[in-house]
Design a protein around this ligand. Structure first.
Ligand SMILES: *Cc1c(COP(=O)(O)O)cnc(C)c1O
Length: 408
């Protein structure tokens, strides 16, 4: 037997079934007319933002990194709760534009921005988080041609990283950001070229569960921003401090202590240096805001035994849940929180492997899991499906096509 990850708070049973948004899972499957289906809870997203704001100093603003989940109704809902949105492609710019969001509250990071993407962003008043000196030059050239004043921040590749982070995005050679030592010169250059300077962006990693690591990282981010602004002789109008707040996925994971993170920020903000005194201070979060608010529902289409092991074969799989299958940035595969949604209140009584319908051994949703006995027709729930599920899985693989999605 292998342990399952912890089921996030806020999920209960109704009539023995998993409830989402106050209704049983089967209700949503019927409403969608099919499985597999992602169900995202509006209430859980709203509460997550409210709890986060309560824990953070008032001065902190919260951006949503939309790559975590850009399903239009989710994006629409989060955008009413967040202070700004972070995008990482021209495609995401179009999603945000289609929603009618104020584009001056959008910033655009990401290496390899094409000229067409820079042009669309500059024309819309989106802040560019510059990833290289050459990107700065291309953007300044495009802005001059458009007759627009570009809004520019600099993404720093700092000389530290987020400890214990799932994906490291700072410290040492990286395709992201501009090496810290070259940032002061670039600040001076883009200001001299006439841009509207929007400060610095320092993102150092993802999926941290240790408050100590996040507090340490934030202190270093503030020190680094102060040092670079001081060397450039400017005050920062804005500092995007990154994010990296993680959620528990695996057995033994504990939730991030946001009260401790908030208290440490409170202390730091009481003594901010002159360079940051007037800065708008942002966190940019993706998975922390929406990850636990989503459940992936898939139906068991076959139940079989092979050399003493039981396989529950579902109509879903890694084409919608690459991360849960263990193939998205993990070294050792561990089980996500998974349950039999249609028997959520039942006691576990057997050990079974839950797999997807793809013809590849990579397509596993739960290995040797202790579960209630499930039959063909039962629904399986994979939790923590609100972030990097639908948006980060190869839905065309094996001709399977996307899952249904709904916000309830
Ligand atoms: C992906 C990304 C985020 C969001 O990361 P999460 O782990 O989902 O919070 C934030 N900022 C940048 C620059 C990113 O690339």
């Amino acid at each position: 037997m292998k342990p399952l990850g912890p089921i996030p708070a806020g999920y209960t049973a109704i009539g023995g079934e998993l409830a989402i948004g106050g209704k049983p899972a089967s209700h949503w499957v019927e409403a969608a007319g099919r499985t597999p289906l992602f169900v995202y809870s509006k209430d859980l997203i709203t509460h997550r933002l409210a709890d986060l704001r309560a824990a953070m100093p008032d001065r902190i603003k919260i951006n949503y990194a939309i790559k975590a989940n850009s399903f239009a109704p989710v994006l629409d809902h989060v955008s009413t709760l967040a202070d700004g949105l972070d995008i990482a492609s021209g495609g995401e710019l179009e999603m945000v534009r289609a929603m009618g969001f104020d584009l001056t509250r959008v910033s655009f990071a990401g290496p390899g921005k094409r000229d067409s993407e820079l042009e669309a962003a500059i024309a819309a008043g989106v802040t560019l988080n510059l990833e290289s000196e050459t990107e700065a030059d291309r953007a300044l050239g495009i802005a001059a041609r458009l007759g627009k004043t570009p809004r520019m921040a600099i993404r720093v590749n700092p000389d530290f990283e987020l400890k214990g982070s799932g994906m490291k995005m700072g410290g040492g050679p990286k395709p992201f950001g501009i090496d810290a030592e070259r940032v002061p010169a670039l600040i001076a250059r883009i200001i001299a070229a006439g841009c509207e300077f929007r400060g610095l962006h320092i993102f150092t990693g993802s999926q941290a569960l240790s408050a100590e690591a996040v507090i340490d990282m934030q202190a270093k981010v503030l020190d680094c921003a102060d040092r670079l602004a001081g060397e450039a002789g400017v005050k920062l109008p804005k500092l995007n401090m990154g994010g990296g707040f993680g959620i528990p996925y695996f057995s033994g994971d504990e939730p991030l202590d946001i009260a401790a993170v908030g208290a440490a920020l409170h202390d730091r903000f009481a003594h901010l240096p002159e360079t940051l005194a007037d800065a708008e201070l942002f966190l940019e979060l993706g998975r922390y805001l929406v990850g636990e608010a989503g459940v992936y529902l898939t139906r068991i289409v076959d139940r079989k035994d092979s050399y003493g092991e039981t396989y529950l074969i579902t109509d879903g799989g890694l084409h919608h849940q690459l991360a849960a299958s263990g193939n998205f940035g993990t070294v050792v595969r561990r089980n996500y929180p998974v349950a039999i949604a249609s028997r959520f209140a039942a006691e576990p009584e057997e050990t079974a492997n839950v797999v997807g319908c793809l013809c590849t051994p990579l397509d596993r949703l739960a290995d040797k899991a202790h579960l209630p006995r499930a039959e063909v027709g039962d629904l399986v729930a994979v939790f923590c499906a609100g972030a990097y599920g639908a948006s980060a899985s190869p839905s065309a693989f094996l001709g399977q096509g996307p899952a249904a999605e709904m916000l309830v």
